[in-house]
Design a protein around this ligand. Structure first.
Ligand SMILES: Cc1cc2nc3c(=O)[nH]c(=O)nc-3n(C[C@H](O)[C@H](O)[C@H](O)COP(=O)(O)OP(=O)(O)OC[C@H]3O[C@@H](n4cnc5c(N)ncnc54)[C@H](O)[C@@H]3O)c2cc1C
Length: 448
């Protein structure tokens, strides 16, 4: 197996995000300039790679992390920082497809994922505002509310979990402080973090525990040899018994795509805006309980309010194949004001985008490309908690232990058919979704 040799790419700056502007100092990391040897070499220093390193270090296994840009430069440093205790598909829907036993396993893993982040924050004393703020899934149509009710019922009857509850229209509107919502699903165990500070704090703790992390060091080739692996970077190499690929939606960032993992996901842009701090009076009317909120639209909006009263509002990004198309940000600004008319006129302080990795079945996947090379990726917009969990499981795989992540550890992580046509494909799907979302809202208004 080999990746493509490539010219040495220039390290790219972090995007000008709210998280960067409020971030703690980044740990000082060197580039790799020599040849090293270790037990496990990890490619990518986002949540997946750093969590793998954390769990290997805990188990006393040597590891080296190699990152093309900087710690948290990928999605891990630019996301919404929301840890919802739900998969993209609801539990009742998953149970219809996979049965109760598998769905119970998935339910347990989701809570283990959030607990894992909480335990790592505590163990490494990471200053990242981790808080069990509660996650609200806000229904934009009666049909979606019924599906949330089915999830609540499945959880209560099969998982014996009564942690989540359904909110009626009034309660939901009180929780959100805006929008046209039918009802909601509230799970107080959902959490929020400052994602960039989490990655920086975790990396600093790993370095303090003698884990080597190299930045501005793209892996150009991964060579699977008889007795181990070798990764080659522009000015040095690492030999190891095992390699872990933790590059998610940035798998093709430097033409690095062993096993054509890049064709098993579709990398999609997601964009975000953040207001400047609102006045205390206005801020008190926007998501007053400071929950993490996402709606049920196919083209979802999600939002939260920061400790310094900025509204972070996310949604669809560019789907033309370019990045940072300005029209995407104007659309988000319109949606922000439609949802929260009280913030009309607020200055937008930050606009940024990042890539998520979508899979055919909406689940991330963890597996092996060979006895010595494993990977985890494909989290969609649900990777903050799950990538940390799959990092923990990757650490087990790298130690040749068996794992059971239900359909996520299923190795049928197939290439996506007609991957070359993904951009026009996404545009068609996005138009269809926009139509469905608008129709559901129109139908609700008529019925009201
Ligand atoms: C705007 C946005 C908002 C989101 N909001 C949420 C949210 O609120 N909740 C949620 O659960 N999920 C959210 N997500 C998804 C979540 O951020 C990701 O699933 C998660 O961060 C993936 O982590 P990762 O470590 O696998 O990948 P990444 O953090 O993307 O890290 C991959 C790293 O690999 C590196 N790399 C690539 N190629 C090479 C190479 N050849 N050599 C060395 N390094 C390489 C890249 O530079 C990158 O740093 C969001 C994503 C985006 C973009």
């Amino acid at each position: 197996m080999s990746g493509l040799s490539a010219q040495r790419p220039k390290a790219t700056d972090h995007p000008a995000s709210y998280w960067v502007s409020t971030g703690n100092a980044a740990p000082e990391l060197a580039e790799l300039t020599t040849d090293l040897q270790t037990d496990v070499v990890i490619i990518g220093a986002g949540f997946t790679g750093l969590s793998t390193a954390y769990h290997l270090q805990k188990a006393g296994v040597g590891c080296i992390v190699v990152e093309a840009q900087d710690v948290g430069w990928g999605a891990s440093g630019r996301n919404g920082g929301m840890l919802p205790p739900r998969y993209k598909k609801g539990f009742a829907t998953v149970a219809k497809h996979y049965g109760n036993e598998v769905t119970l396993r998935l339910h347990g893993l989701m809570h283990e994922a959030i607990d894992t982040v909480e335990a790592m924050v505590e163990d490494c004393r990471i200053d990242c505002d981790f808080r069990r703020s509660g996650q609200l899934t806000a229904a934009h149509s009666s049909q979606h509310l019924r599906s949330l009710e089915a999830d609540r019922d499945w959880m209560a009857s099969v998982a014996r979990d009564k942690g989540a509850r359904i909110l009626d229209r009034r309660e939901t509107m009180d929780e959100v402080g805006g929008g046209t919502l039918i009802g909601g699903w509230l799970d107080p165990r959902g959490a929020g973090i400052h994602p960039l500070n989490y990655t920086r704090g975790l990396a600093a703790a790993l370095v303090a525990r003698d884990v080597k992390i190299f930045a501005r060091t793209p892996v150009l080739r991964l060579i699977d040899e008889a007795a181990g692996v070798r990764v080659e970077t522009p000015c040095g190499s690492v030999r190891a018994k095992q390699a872990v690929i933790a590059t998610n939606a940035y798998t093709d960032a430097v033409d690095f795509a062993p096993g054509r993992l890049d064709r098993r996901i579709v990398a999609i842009n997601t964009s975000v805006i953040a207001t400047r701090p609102l006045s205390a009076n206005v801020a008190a009317t926007v998501v007053p309980g400071r929950r993490m909120v996402a709606d049920t639209k196919h083209i979802m909006n999600w939002y939260r309010v920061t400790p310094d009263n900025c509204v972070i509002f996310g949604g669809r990004g560019d789907i033309t194949g370019r990045s940072d198309d300005p029209s995407v940000y104007s659309m988000l600004e319109r949606q922000l004001v439609e949802t929260f008319p009280q913030v009309d006129g607020a200055e937008i302080g930050h606009r940024w985008s990042g890539k998520i990795a979508v899979t055919l079945d909406d689940f991330p996947h963890i597996g092996r490309l060979s006895p010595q090379v494993s990977f985890a990726m494909g989290y969609g917009g649900r990777g903050v908690a799950l990538s940390n969990l799959l990092g923990k499981l990757l650490a087990r795989l790298a130690r040749n232990e068996a794992i059971d992540a239900g359909p996520m550890s299923d190795n049928r992580f197939a290439p996506i058919p007609m991957h070359a046509f993904r951009i026009p494909g996404m545009q068609i799907v996005a138009s269809w979704y926009r139509y469905l979302d608008a129709k559901a809202i129109r139908d609700e208004r008529r019925a009201a």
